[in-house]
Design a protein around this ligand. Structure first.
Ligand code: PHE
Ligand code: ZN
Length: 881
């Protein structure tokens, strides 16, 4: 393991390279344990650069086997090679020169899954962010762009498939069972977008005709026998290509687009030019093995990686501080795509749920950082929900500030102006300033200030003046390294309603910029007066979640119930229901802690059941309404001194009361929300399944016996229904014979299908209560659990730590001690994976004192370990600070 050097990288230190890379020509001679890489690189010294400056190339665990300068061997005195770098001196002042660097690497031994590695007998690369330097010495930074030629040579029988970026040049067999394939990528790209895949894979093929009528070959490579499970991914790809043409005017730019599904992968997927590599979890699906959520994820991630071709690849990041330039923007694009493919308000609700449950805790804890950070020790630790999801929200706010047409113009200008370049967030923002004439300086604080702004609102109606005044205040909390915050530009989408639910339009608004129903909050404290309001208005603020903020606005239950029924924005209806639910859930947690009886408020239960039964609302929306805020949402809202057991007990008691009150509603939904005929993963059918399964969950409380869930388990003809029934049996009736039988049936039916067995691991890892840890420990001995595979580790250890507050957070601290041991073990193989799972401890300071002390000790034990990766060292030290 490469251990921490303590080195810190700062945005302020950015400098262009001294040498310009003109072209790259790589030859790989594949071998499982000794792959030979010849890198032929042509450079010239940049005009104006120091004529004596050496060329310093990055490496990571490399050994140099050969170095030629213009085809002749270099003298040892001219260069210094270490595992981390290759420094070459006395290079020409201006004339181009050629270096040929030879390295021999061991893909089989590469457990970090960065660089060139083997997964199930297939050679595969992962280069973002700094993996290319594990293949050869190279200026491994995103602002060094060049065209690449790739030749792959290897055993023909073992590698009938040999792929790289760009267009296929040719290939053939050699003597003695060897073969080669050559690829050329004409689009200059940084090394992090390089990819190579070789092995014996099955393929699904299709074509797409672009808007200028070029035919593009589409290929999805999977393990043999899994071809049929790639059909949905292929369909999603074609829809993504079409959508990007129609919505953003972006056409694909090579003759071929390839996707490869691999089973060992650290992240979701990777946008390598023309050759996306995917975690197979986000490619493979059929009704028997994939849930509706799996289908939705596949659609979104296929789109996300494809969209990177323009936002990330054609225009890339100058340095890794600009990561949100490609990620925030591309997430925004995939969100919009899914909204167009499915239900926009339901998609928005799911996005905001995710943002609040993942990004808000990050922004409110020790790992908080700006969307555009200014310093890091390990870039791998900055692929965060802040960079991705908050980054997307910032892009969405630009679209809100400018309006649809100007936003489109700004995007077009950005594409025109920066195609082929490596740029910054400032360049991106400038495109929107230039098309709109708007000064976005204050708005840009969204990129620079960490922390979730808190907006406090209070309304006052003046009947005589027919005016309504909204007093707004904003506060951005202190975050690590940032104590004083400036006021932000917060776009608040607002609507006013009369007591009967009809919308009220103000004749004018004073005290704040207001247009298209958006109020611009720009001061620390500001009063906006809405004129021409004939009766007391009921106000809806931050509709569609126009800004990623916390909002404190005291509204009566009656007003919230009215919004839940009459808001025209369905996201805002869901928000109103959530605002009704939270006080009940918070009080329930406190009452459960104090041993008092829990009482759910009547307004809340009635509004919830009314929404559930409202046939004018789409089923998917009703299912979202019925999914109460999670235990971690409640913990976040409570803010401190949290007792996971009390939160769980309180929330369960509220669920029980909703279930009892709505028993007949749920029974009739369960009977009516069927999806007859062949299974279809479309959004409408998925919504019906979601609502029916939600009804089933409530019925399991109301009836309090496993019978109905068991019948549902036996009758299920798709994975969504099967998993929901299994989850109810395991979570609600963990000690029943029905649960044990269902778990064993499920296991036996899907043994050998790793992705489905992951679901079986996860459902057991999240059974509430103190016994969860013993179950997890036992499951780790199951032969299907492989410590080297990130999906297995995430499904069991990750899901336990992130998704089981009572089991992981049990009062004796055993859960935290278990995690500490696991992190140290995982870190010896795969530091990125270890660091990511360790972020499950990010909210430890909000625990009640005894648990917090156990958590602190477990973290300290990690910090004191003799050898830690940079990845884990960085996370553990920031978490403890
Ligand atoms: N760039 C990838 C994406 O978001 C994520 C990723 C990062 C994958 C680092 C691998 C390594 O699309
Ligand atoms: Zn991405």
């Amino acid at each position: 393991m490469r251990t921490d050097t303590g080195q810190v990288i700062n945005l302020a230190d950015y400098r262009p390279t001294d040498f310009v890379l003109e072209r790259v020509d790589l030859t790989f001679e594949l071998d499982p344990t000794a792959t030979k890489v010849d890198a032929r690189l042509i450079f010239h010294r940049r005009k104006g650069a120091d004529p004596k400056a050496p060329l310093v190339l990055d490496g990571d665990e490399l050994a140099l086997s050969g170095l030629l300068f213009d085809q002749t061997e270099m003298k040892a005195s001219q260069y210094t090679a270490t595992p981390d770098s290759l420094t070459i001196r006395n290079l020409p002042k201006s004339k181009p020169f050629e270096l040929t660097i030879t390295t021999i690497i061991n893909p089989e031994a590469n457990t970090k899954l960065m660089g060139l590695y083997r997964t199930n007998g297939v050679y595969c690369t992962q280069c973002e962010a700094e993996g290319f330097r594990r293949i050869t010495y190279f200026p491994d930074r995103p602002d060094v762009l060049a065209p690449y030629t790739i030749t792959i040579i290897g055993d023909k029988a073992a590698n009938p498939v040999m792929l790289s970026n760009g267009n296929f040049l040719g290939g053939a067999g050699y003597d003695e069972g060897r073969a080669f394939a050559a690829w050329f990528d004409p689009h200059p790209k940084p090394s992090y977008l390089f990819a190579l895949v070789a092995g014996d894979l099955g393929v699904v093929e299709d074509t797409f005709v672009t808007m200028s009528e070029r035919e593009v070959t589409l290929k999805i490579y999977v393990e043999h026998g899994k071809e049929a499970r790639a059909a949905y991914a292929m369909d999603a790809l074609k829809r993504s290509m079409k959508w990007d043409e129609e919505r953003f005017g972006r056409e694909y730019d090579l003759d071929i687009f390839m996707i490869v599904a691999v089973s060992d992968f650290n992240m979701g997927a990777m946008e390598n030019k023309g050759l996306n590599v995917f975690n197979d979890k986000y490619v493979l699906a059929d009704p028997e093995t994939a849930t509706d959520q799996d289908y939705a994820n596949i659609e979104a991630i296929i789109a996300h990686e494809y969209f990177h071709n323009w936002t990330g690849n054609r225009i890339t990041c100058r340095d890794w501080f600009q990561l949100c330039l490609k990620e925030g923007l591309t997430v925004y694009r995939d969100h919009e795509f899914s909204a167009d493919m499915r239900s926009r308000p339901v998609k928005r609700i799911a996005e905001v749920r995710h943002l609040k449950s993942e990004q808000f805790p990050e922004d409110g804890g020790p790992l908080a950082h700006p969307v555009r950070p200014t310093t890091y020790r390990e870039i791998n630790n900055f692929y965060t929900t802040t960079v991705y999801e908050k980054g997307s929200e910032v892009t969405r706010m630009i679209a809100t500030l400018l309006g649809k047409d100007l936003f489109k113009k700004g995007m077009d200008l950005y594409f025109d102006r920066h195609d082929g370049q490596a740029v910054t967030i400032e360049d991106f923002v400038k495109s929107f300033e230039d098309v709109s004439g708007r000064d976005l300086t204050q708005f840009s604080l969204w990129y620079h200030q960490a922390g979730t702004p808190l907006v406090t609102a209070a309304g006052a109606y003046d009947a005589a003046a027919k005016s309504f005044t909204l007093a707004l205040e904003q506060m951005v909390p202190a975050t690590p390294g940032q104590t004083d915050k400036k006021p932000m530009h917060i776009p608040l989408s607002i609507a006013l309603f009369a007591e009967d639910g009809t919308p009220l339009e103000p004749s004018s608004v004073d005290g704040a910029e207001y247009g298209d129903n958006v109020l611009h909050l720009t001061e620390r404290s500001q009063k906006a007066t809405f004129k021409g309001i004939g009766s007391r208005p009921i106000v809806s603020i931050n509709r569609s979640f126009s800004a990623p903020i916390n909002l404190h606005f005291d509204q009566s239950p009656a007003d919230l119930a009215l919004l839940a029924r009459h808001e025209t924005d369905h996201f805002a209806r869901w928000q109103a229901l959530t605002d009704l639910a939270l006080p009940t859930l918070l009080a329930a947690a406190r009452d459960a802690r104090d041993g008092k009886p829990v009482v759910a408020s009547k307004d809340f239960v009635e509004a919830l059941l009314a929404a559930a039964a409202d046939e004018t609302l789409e089923p998917a929306f009703r299912a979202q309404a019925l999914a109460l805020p999670s235990e971690s949402d409640i913990a976040r809202e409570l803010g401190g001194n949290n007792d996971p057991d009390a939160i769980h007990a309180g929330r369960s008691a509220v669920l029980q009361q909703v279930a009892d009150a709505g028993k007949s509603v749920f029974a009739s939904l369960y009977d009516s929300m069927t999806t007859p005929g062949d299974f279809s993963p479309d959004a409408r059918s998925a919504g019906r399944r979601a609502l029916r399964n939600s009804a089933l969950t409530y019925l399991s409380y109301a009836e309090n016996v496993p019978d109905r869930a068991k019948a549902a388990f036996d009758a299920a003809n798709n994975m969504t229904d099967l998993m929901q029934a299994l989850t109810i049996l395991a979570h609600r009736f963990p000690d029943s014979s029905e649960a044990a039988a269902a778990l064993s049936t499920f296991h036996d039916r899907f043994a050998g299908n790793a992705l489905v067995i992951d679901k079986w691991f996860s459902v057991q890892a999240t059974i509430p209560g103190t016994k969860a840890l013993e179950r997890v420990l036992k499951l780790m001995d199951n032969p299907q659990f492989k410590r080297s595979n990130p999906n297995r580790v995430r499904a069991l250890v990750g899901t336990f730590a992130f998704g089981n507050p009572t089991g992981f957070g049990r009062a004796d601290g055993e859960g935290y001690r278990f995690l500490a041991r696991e992190i140290l073990d995982i870190d010896t193989r795969n530091p990125q994976l270890a660091a990511r799972i360790l972020t499950s401890m990010r909210s430890w300071r909000s625990l009640e004192p005894a648990r917090a002390e156990h958590a602190r000790k477990a973290l300290t034990a990690i910090a004191k370990a003799p050898a830690l990766s940079t990845d884990v060292r960085d996370i553990v030290e920031r978490t403890l600070k």
